[in-house]
Design a protein around this ligand. Structure first.
Ligand code: NAD
Length: 331
């Protein structure tokens, strides 16, 4: 069978081809699966999509009309998929429920320390042979307080690193994680976490109940000199409200690997085009902000595991099996 994979990065293509070798052909496209590109899938029973695909009802209907029966999403988060519509259409949808949580947790820490120690600014200066330290002063993490919103797999890995730094640990989650409690994490309510933490890191899925969980009110509770890191999903943060706070001179650092309007921007080269997104443009101008384009998962280990799980998900579909990765049909 030939499988059509959308949104494949150049580095990912050989991994995907190798993982399917001997079982199926895979045709890799760099474009994302959207309403405009869905017609390309006509005739493909199995289609694989990536994190910024827009799998709304219209796209799913177009896929179904073209003969697609299975969609193998190559990410953990599935907030971009209308599962109700997929169910109605009788489509099988899978995701990758587990891959190296260290990839994302280590990247969240990379962002935290990059903004804390002003690494981007320092590097830009030394490239210009400007070796002054003015404006580059950071803080020791030891003895400070890390607040982790969402202490599942990635939040736990983030917490272990915070523990290694010698930080006080505060957590917020609907289900406390015993591994985090074992590291000395104290679960508190969200307001206490936001007002006490020197570093707030987000590791929640994007759901209706978590959309804009960091809104103007939440941001107003945070310390003026706090660091905020979001490596989870852009929609967790009200970006307009964040820009307002930054305009008021608040926060020592903000590291964002995700942005609520990232679809159509992230993963693409927009360097020769006029910037249409004023909020993102403004965000990037703040000296204490570092934005990366959804690369937290992008390690050899994590991408390899995503690809391997995708191959297993397709094999499960063809054999009529369900697994913990099956989103639809519901078990
Ligand atoms: P997980 O399911 O292991 O952990 C999520 C945690 O959030 C769980 O402990 C759960 O109890 C908690 N939670 C869920 N809904 C909640 C709510 N309404 N209130 C309070 N707590 C709630 O997931 P994970 O593997 O740790 O991944 C977390 C998120 O990270 C994913 O959903 C995804 O959006 C994001 N992610 C980002 C990247 C990236 O490259 N930037 C890569 C992978 C995952």
């Amino acid at each position: 069978m030939e499988i059509l994979a959308f949104g494949v990065q150049d580095d990912e293509k050989p991994l995907l081809e190798e993982a399917f070798a001997g079982q199926h052909e895979v045709r890799c496209l760099d474009v994302f699966l959207t309403e405009d590109t869905a017609p390309i899938a006509a005739g493909y029973e199995v289609v694989s999509s990536s994190v910024n695909a827009d799998l709304n009802g219209r796209v799913l209907r177009a896929l179904s009309a073209g003969g697609t029966r299975m969609i193998a999403q190559r990410s953990t988060g599935f907030n971009n998929i209308d599962l109700e519509a997929a169910r109605r259409l009788g489509l099988t949808v899978s995701r990758v429920s587990y891959y190296s949580p260290y990839s994302v947790a280590e990247f969240a820490w990379t962002l935290a320390m990059a903004v804390n120690r002003r690494i981007v600014r320092a590097s830009n200066r030394t490239r210009d042979f400007d070796f002054r330290l003015t404006g580059l002063m950071g803080r020791d993490m030891r003895g400070r307080t890390a607040g982790v919103l969402g202490t599942g797999k990635i939040g736990e890995a983030f917490t272990r690193i915070a523990h290694g730094f010698g930080m006080n640990l505060l957590g917020w989650d609907r289900e406390p994680n015993p591994a985090c409690t074992g590291l000395g994490m104290r679960y508190v309510d969200k307001d206490e976490l936001l007002s006490s933490a020197d570093l707030v890191s987000l590791h929640l899925p994007l759901l209706e109940s978590t959309h804009h969980i960091v809104d103007a009110t939440a941001l107003s509770r945070m310390r003026d000199d706090a660091i905020l890191v979001n490596s989870s999903r852009g929609g967790l943060v009200d970006t307009e409200a964040l820009v307002e706070e930054l305009r008021a001179g608040r926060f020592a650092g903000v590291g964002l690997d995700v942005y609520e309007a990232e679809a159509g921007l992230f993963f693409l080269d927009k360097s020769l085009e006029a910037v249409e997104d004023d909020t993102l443009a403004r965000l990037i101008t703040f000296p204490q902000v570092v934005v990366t384009s959804h690369q937290a998962y992008y390690t050899h280990e994590a991408v390899g595991q995503i690809v391997d799980a995708t191959v297993r998900n397709v094999a499960d579909y063809l054999a009529g099996r369900r697994s913990e990765n099956t989103l639809c049909p519901a078990g």
